[in-house]
Design a protein around this ligand. Structure first.
Ligand code: PEP
Ligand code: MN
Length: 368
């Protein structure tokens, strides 16, 4: 069941709910585009926006690099059958000019372009004075500032219909995903950029058909605003990303299986939720008091180390603290990863405070 969400309309008649973008990885032939449209209709799976890659940024040369500008003329087929907005990827000024000439409704910047501020700036400059929505995929590497920077470059030339797309990050070692998701990063982007919509692209995250539903559901659970899912009438024979595309019929099943959550902002929190939040506020106050108390003692340890001319960092003590606390945390059902990150953060701060104490001593000596 699809629930309601404050989605920006962008002047395109988009519905007030999670945005669903679907279509092939690449436009291949006019027949392919038409068949996908007809299958979408037949499966009752007409998305909000139709996607099709025209220029494909391939990691190595030799594979299909996109059909090029002629593919944009086939978008009329989509308009004719589905009458929905169309989006494609642009990677340079020539792509922008061509996409605008052919009336593409929404542009997106791909992950391999977002990493390059020169390329993003060129695209932004080509869009100056143009009123068109632009979606920016996260860069290949998990760098929030680079992602945000690309959005800012577009905003600076007057593009205010912006969205971000989380498509995961390449990881040399973790091969569970084609591009590993990092759920805290899109959430952080939403925190620092109020109103920023983040759409999830499970196709490029998972890289196969099987894991799509689980990843899409997680994206919705985390509060992301829509899904971009690669859809093809004959996925096995697609000219690019064959392993991860699904038929319109399968997409219908996936969308029907997703439990679309309501954003909390959409309604008044219930009494129960307010009570629970008050309890959390109270615990946070206690946590802060305890942390302040802990650091006051850390300062005393710092004084002691200064007086006895000891170094701040002692590896053995550090290891003992890490191991024992992590173990206790695990026993209390806290994850090992969380415990390590928390303890590391507390320890960093402790070391910094103590080192400051040691410097205080130097300044006292200097001033004498
Ligand atoms: C795509 O959407 O087909 C694509 C190339 O995506 P990305 O930039 O995320 O790799
Ligand atoms: Mn693709």
């Amino acid at each position: 069941m699809e629930n309601h969400l404050q989605t920006q309309d962008w002047g395109l008649g988009l519905k007030d709910k999670h945005l669903i973008i679907a279509g092939p990885c690449s436009a291949e032939t006019p027949e392919q585009i038409e068949k996908i449209c007809l299958d979408m209709k037949e499966a009752n799976m007409v998305p909000d926006v139709f996607r099709a890659g025209i220029w494909k940024p391939r990691t190595r040369p030799g594979s299909f690099e996109g059909i090029g500008e002629v593919g944009l003329t086939w978008m009329e087929i989509v308009r004719h059958h589905l009458n929905i907005p169309i989006t494609t990827e642009v990677g340079n000024t020539a792509h922008v000019e061509s996409a605008l000439k052919h009336g593409v409704d929404i542009l997106w910047i791909g992950a391999r372009t977002t990493v390059n501020p020169f390329a993003v700036q060129e695209i932004a400059d080509a869009l100056k004075g143009v009123d068109i929505p632009v979606m920016v995929k996260n860069p290949m590497n998990p760098d929030l500032e680079l992602w945000r920077g690309a959005l800012e470059r577009l905003q600076a030339v007057g593009i205010n219909k912006l969205a971000a797309i989380h498509r995961g990050f390449s990881d040399a070692y973790d091969k569970r995903f084609r591009n590993k998701p990092n759920w805290s990063m899109p959430m952080h982007l939403k925190r620092i950029w109020k109103g920023m919509q983040v759409i999830n692209d499970p196709s490029h995250i998972v890289g196969n058909r099987e894991g799509l539903l689980e990843t899409a559901q997680r994206a919705i659970n985390f509060g992301l605003d829509g899904l971009m899912i690669e859809t093809h009438h004959d996925p096995d024979n697609a000219w690019s990303d064959a392993k991860q595309q699904v038929t319109p019929r399968r997409l219908r099943e996936i969308i029907d299986a997703i439990d679309f959550k309501k954003p909390l902002e959409a309604e008044q929190p219930s009494e129960k939720l307010q009570d629970l939040r008050r309890a959390v506020d109270h615990i946070d106050d206690q946590l802060l008091d305890l942390l302040a108390e802990r650091f006051a003692i850390i300062d005393q340890i710092g004084d002691h180390k200064r007086e006895h001319n000891l170094t701040v960092f002692q590896a053995e003590r550090w290891k003992a603290v890490m191991d024992s606390r992590t173990q206790k945390g695990i026993e209390k059902n806290l994850s090992e990863k969380f415990m390590k990150e928390l303890l590391y953060c507390i320890h960093e701060e402790s070391v910094k405070r103590q080192e400051k104490k040691l410097r205080e001593d130097v300044s006292v000596k200097k001033s004498v």
